[in-house]
Ligand binder design. Structure first.
Ligand code: 6IA
Length: 136
């Protein structure tokens, strides 16, 4: 199973350690095509050496190849929101993870969408349980 993990880059890297942990958990269920999202050396200035047009084309190809999109949506990100919308158009299964009591409320465009499974977590153990029930 190919899994597309989405997390904020230019939206802010405040949750990058959580992204890394989620990616490690996701690796139990399949191949995560977007491991770089959890890379602690990736700043909000981003991946070096690739033009934005190449990043866009590569990411859309990976999304197309994936069966599932898992997005961590606590830090609002234009790119993650866009990927969720595209994944919905491509009829992918979508799971969004949002941390309880986060400073910013989740966008109504995500929380109001019945095609998206939204799970609220408090800690990384909760995410393990959420992924287990989503993938099995
Ligand atoms: O708007 P954001 O940058 O927060 O969007 C983050 C989302 O868009 C992630 O889930 C990625 O899949 C995708 N994305 C955005 N930028 C990149 C990137 N480099 N490399 C890979 N995926 C990306 C950013 C380069 C740039 C900051 C110089």
């Amino acid at each position: 199973m190919k899994i597309y993990f989405a997390g904020s880059i230019r939206g802010g890297r405040g949750d990058k350690e959580t992204y890394f942990k989620i990616i490690k958990l996701l690796e139990k269920y399949g191949k995560v095509l977007t491991e770089h999202i959890g890379d602690s050396s990736l700043s909000s200035y981003g991946e070096t050496g690739l033009a934005d047009s190449n990043i866009y084309e590569r990411d859309m190809e990976w999304l197309n190849e994936s069966e599932v999109l898992v997005a961590e949506v606590t830090t609002p990100s234009t790119g993650v929101g866009y990927e969720i919308g595209k994944a919905e158009d491509m009829c992918k299964k979508i799971l969004c993870l949002y941390r309880k009591n986060a400073e910013k409320k989740l966008s109504g465009m995500i929380s109001g969408n019945k095609n998206i499974s939204i799970k609220i977590y408090e800690n990384i153990d909760d995410i393990g349980d959420i992924l287990k029930s989503f993938f099995t």
